[in-house]
Design a protein. Structure first.
Length: 433
């Protein structure tokens, strides 16, 4: 994989790690089990990333309805001539205010991440200076079908501000593939150990996927989280797993003739107006896996989050078909003997702080590299040619809407943290938000 493609995927993983490591347990409620220790952050993840992703504020906890106070007898203060006593009695009879309705699109996020490669700071680090500064914008709407089943959509838009190596125009906005997850939070919830899982579909919106003739991707995503039972440590351990099978119409990428017209009246790159032609580069990836742990620490037990993530990302590419080649001595059949496994790895650390009930800011360091160097040696997972530093602002859309609409509810820092990480519960329904 070329350096620009590694950087693009690395930048996406960095932005995912920023939220994934903090919001990795956004779907892991403590409903029905003892709540996470006071001040601890229960993690969550979207699967691939970074997915930190992990990387979501919910509606305020539902308040259990109080029992209506019985009316006092006629000979009490309510029946006397004392106005103050009468007002007190009327107040006791008044029913409690109804809790705010939970929005069906709660926990929806918007993320903005400017990032820069570390080599941008050092012109002498490369034979040819190639600075890379990019912007990533991600929207993650969530729609609750029931209290225990929701649909999550993720769409990214990337723009490189420096001269790019992988787009046609300067500062061309590039869409990533659209990811749609049908999630079931707290599929398993036992003694602080929570499993959230769901089904995944990816839609080939990106140029790269269309270039690979991808039809769709199908798979699953799961997050395992465990809050260490300590009131002072505030440490959570996560493990993310995801798998996607890509359905394609061919095993090798092709050029699109429409996308490769010279634009100056010349001929297309592909001959004779063909719909496409093989590029002769990598074969298409058929199966993509992600495995990896995240450690999430909340030193102050409230707003400050520190996380570290390592992901192992094996990719299995499609084989090449048997080819018959005519030689001077006759025809020879050539078969594909390559294993087509491609191994990648990601490491990232992040420091985040909840500056407002509806906004989280973080700073991150991340590197995405192939597991083996060209000379077949293991790469350093902590440093690579496309190591990036970045900042991320996470806006919880429903919390911001409630603030603007005047429906916001005052919550404690502990409630805000647990809501953002998907750990709040409705006392009456005992379900996760």
């Amino acid at each position: 994989m070329s350096s620009p493609f590694r950087f693009l995927l690395g930048a996406l993983l960095v932005s995912a790690c920023l939220v994934g490591s903090r919001a990795a347990a956004q779907d892991a409620p403590d409903a029905g089990t003892p709540a996470a220790p006071e001040g601890s952050t229960a993690p969550a993840s979207d699967g691939e990333t970074t997915e930190a992703s992990t990387d979501e504020t919910a509606a305020p906890p539902e308040v259990a309805p109080a029992t209506t106070t019985a009316a006092p007898p006629a000979d009490t203060a309510a029946a006397t001539d004392d106005p103050a006593e009468g007002e007190e009695a009327a107040a006791e009879e008044a029913p409690p205010p109804a809790p705010p309705a939970k929005r069906f699109w709660r926990n929806s996020l918007f993320l903005f991440t400017p990032s820069m490669t570390t080599r941008t700071f050092s012109p002498d680090a490369q034979l040819t200076y190639d600075p890379t500064v990019s912007l990533n914008m991600r929207v993650v709407p969530r729609f609750y079908l029931t209290d225990t089943l929701f649909l999550r959509v993720r769409q990214d838009l990337n723009v490189e501000l420096t001269n790019s190596n992988f787009d046609t125009y300067a500062r061309q906005p590039l869409l990533s593939d659209t990811v749609v997850d049908l999630m079931r939070p707290a599929l398993v919830n036992v003694e602080g150990f929570v499993v959230t899982a769901g089904l995944r579909v990816t839609l080939p919106v990106s140029i790269a996927s269309r270039y690979n003739n991808q039809i769709a991707g199908t798979g699953f995503v799961a997050n395992l989280s465990y809050a260490i039972p300590s009131e002072s440590l505030h440490l959570n351990i996560l493990f993310d797993v995801s798998y996607t099978h890509n359905w394609t119409s061919t095993n090798v990428p092709t050029f699109f003739s429409d996308a490769n017209n010279r634009g100056d009246g010349g001929t297309t790159i592909c001959p004779g107006g063909a719909n496409g032609c093989p590029t002769g580069w990598f074969t298409n990836v058929s199966d993509a896996f992600l495995f990896g742990p995240t450690l999430l620490w909340v030193p102050d037990g409230e707003k400050l989050n520190i996380s570290a993530t390592y992901y192992w990302l094996p990719r299995l590419a499609l084989p090449l078909g048997t080819q018959t080649v005519d030689t001077a001595t006759g025809s020879v059949s050539l078969t594909d003997a390559e294993t087509h496994w491609r191994m990648f790895q990601f490491f990232g650390v992040s420091v985040a702080y909840d500056v407002l009930p509806w906004m989280n800011l973080s700073a991150s360091y991340g590197t995405f590299t192939t597991q083996l160097s060209p000379n077949a040696k293991l790469r350093n997972p902590l440093w690579g040619p496309d190591t990036t530093v970045s900042m991320t602002a996470v806006v919880t859309l429903d919390q911001l809407y409630e603030l603007v609409a005047g429906d916001a509810v005052e919550l404690t820092p502990e409630q805000l943290r647990r809501i953002r990480n998907g750990q709040a519960t409705a006392p009456a329904a005992r379900q996760a938000f």
